[in-house]
Each structure stands twice: as structure tokens, then as C-alpha cells.
Design a protein around this ligand. Sequence first.
Ligand SMILES: NC(=O)C1=CN([C@@H]2O[C@H](COP(=O)(O)OP(=O)(O)OC[C@H]3O[C@@H](n4cnc5c(N)ncnc54)[C@H](OP(=O)(O)O)[C@@H]3O)[C@@H](O)[C@H]2O)C=CC1
Ligand SMILES: CC(C)(CO)C(=O)C(=O)O
Length: 315
Amino acid sequence: MLERRYAILGTGALGGFYGARLQKAGLDVHFLLKSDYEHVTQHGLVVESKDGDFTLSQVNAYHDVEKMPRCDVVVVALKTTQNHLLSQMLPHVLKDNGVVLVLQNGLGIEEEVADIVGNDRVIGGLCFLCSNKLGPGHIHHLDYGKVTLGEYAPDYQAVGNTDRIQQIGNDFERARIPIDLAEDLLLARWQKLVWNIPYNGLSVILNATTRELMADAYTRKLVEQLMYEVVAGAKTSGRTISDRFIAKMLDYTDKMKPYRTSMKIDYDERRPLEVEAIFGNPLRKALVAGVNLLQISCLYHQLKFLDAQIRELSM
Ligand SMILES: NC(=O)C1=CN([C@@H]2O[C@H](COP(=O)(O)OP(=O)(O)OC[C@H]3O[C@@H](n4cnc5c(N)ncnc54)[C@H](OP(=O)(O)O)[C@@H]3O)[C@@H](O)[C@H]2O)C=CC1
Ligand SMILES: CC(C)(CO)C(=O)C(=O)O
């Protein structure tokens, strides 16, 4: 088979990093940008990475999705706060037999994308990556990077692995991106929320780094309690997350360099927060099953307040 062509929708901390790595490995990659378009057209992409710095002096950069070629794999790397744009973007850039790869944080995004492109054209990916954008076209990869890929099927039925997911995984591995294949995408999404719900939420509300949250006995306890509430949420979707997994996430964070979560960076930069994807959707999914996740709900309401303040300021 011919090599797959990739589109990166949103060339920021995550899309810029993975897209640049794919291009560096020799793949055909096309990048959609907004405010960085002119700069990247002229200067390319610069990646500072713990695995080795590199510059791509020439990239296929676009400001308008209608000018992009149709691609086999369309990577969604916008913030979820911009997902209302996808119904307009995806039909222009996705090949008839292509697939959309959602690399965003949160729950339920694949369902929204499937409504646009069809149930059999969506894959989800969970990224354990610490990356920031320092300036136009300038990405800083601080830590980690593994992507867990999982096939989407209606109602998030677990459908196991497929050839196409294996092939995409091979492309990422060729780009030195560690890959896991998840048999059950919904379980993988709830597992990622075990991290994102406590740390993203508390880092904003308490103005703290991951290290500070772990060092204080009270906030560490709060983190742990929130993790167990995510486990209760997963149970309402029929998914089981073990105590061992919680211990692993606490250990992972203990060993992480002090990190400002992606939501904290958004808050500090006064950008809209991904509250609905990371908090609202899981809460609503559990509520449908009759379970009110009270502590997560408390975080959700506080974050909605802060998010509304940010949105008002930017109007
Ligand atoms: N960063 C990380 O380490 C991780 C991020 N994630 C998740 O990945 C997703 C992306 O996050 P991240 O990369 O950090 O976010 P960024 O804000 O760094 O990147 C998003 C990019 O999308 C661009 N964009 C927004 N609107 C448009 C548009 N209309 N057309 C073209 N480009 C547009 C933005 O450009 P502009 O700046 O010009 O608006 C920005 O560069 C989120 O869901 C996040 O939670 C998950 C794990 C780790
Ligand atoms: C877990 C982490 C830090 C990267 O994988 C993340 O998802 C975030 O900051 O939102």
C-alpha cells in the first residue's frame, strides 16, 4: 500500500509535536494553522525535545482547510473548545476511505466526530505527553509522549484492534512515538480521566503544579479521592479500573517533572478551558446511569465559573 498522508488540524503543543515527528520520519504531513501560519510558512517548525531538538525548515502549512489535500489520516489536535469547527473542516480534508484520529483529552469526542464522518471512520488516541508551545511554530516537548490508540464503534463497544490501527501505530513508531493499542477505547478514555480530572481541575482552582499537589498531604488525598470517583464513573459505563491503576497514576505523577497541566496553561493564558470535554461529558455519562459524581461535579461548577470569566474578558 502507498504511504498514508496525514493532516494535522491544530498545529500547537500536541499537533505540532507529533506532526513534526511524523514528517521527520519521512511521512507526508499537512499542517493546518491559525495565528502561526505566516511564521511557520517562512520559518518552519522548531521542536525542542528531551529526545533531541530538531527543525523542519519547510512544512506544508495551510491557513484554510479547503486548500489542504485530502488525507488518509486526519489528526484532530485542536483544543476541544474549538470542536464546533470540525463539521466544517473534516469533509474538506478527509479522503473517502480515510479515518479521523482524535488525539484530544476528554470523553465523548469520537461520538461527535462520528456524527460528522460516520461511525466506521473514527479512531481515538490518548496522549501521555507533556508539551507546550513556546511561540509561533516553536514546540517544547518536556516529557513522555506515548499514544494509546483505540478503534471507535457506536456506543463505544469494545471492538479490539484492526489492520488500519496497526498501520497508523507503525507510522507513529517509525517516528519514535511509543504506541499502545487499546482493545477498549472507552476504558482507555476513562483511564486517562483518572489523571486529567484531579490534576487539570485542581491545578487551576488551587493555582498549583502537579508537584505541589502531590507534596501536600491534603491535596494528595483530594487527588486520590477524585481518582476513585472517576473509577466510579467508569463503572457506570461498565468499565473496571483497578486500584493498581490508581497507584500507577500517582507514581507516574510523583516521578513527573513539576508540570503545569494543559488546563492550567490555558487558564494562565486566559484561553477557554476544556471543561465540557474533561468534566461535563463524564458527569453527564454517569448521570444517565443514575450516578451523581459529587466531587467532580463540585470541580465542574467552579471551573465553569472561571471559564465564564475568561470568555467574558475575551469578548
Ligand atoms: N499539550 C499536551 O502535552 C497535551 C495535550 N492534550 C490535548 O491535546 C489537545 C490539543 O492541546 P494542545 O496542543 O496543548 O493545545 P494548543 O493550544 O497548544 O494547540 C491547539 C492549536 O490549534 C490551533 N487552532 C485553533 N483554532 C484553529 C483553527 N480554526 N484553524 C487552525 N488551527 C487552529 C491553535 O492555533 P492558535 O494558537 O493560532 O489559536 C493551536 O496552535 C487538547 O485536547 C489537550 O487537552 C493531551 C495530552 C497532552
Ligand atoms: C497527563 C498530561 C499531563 C499529559 O499526558 C495531560 O494530559 C495534560 O496536561 O492535560
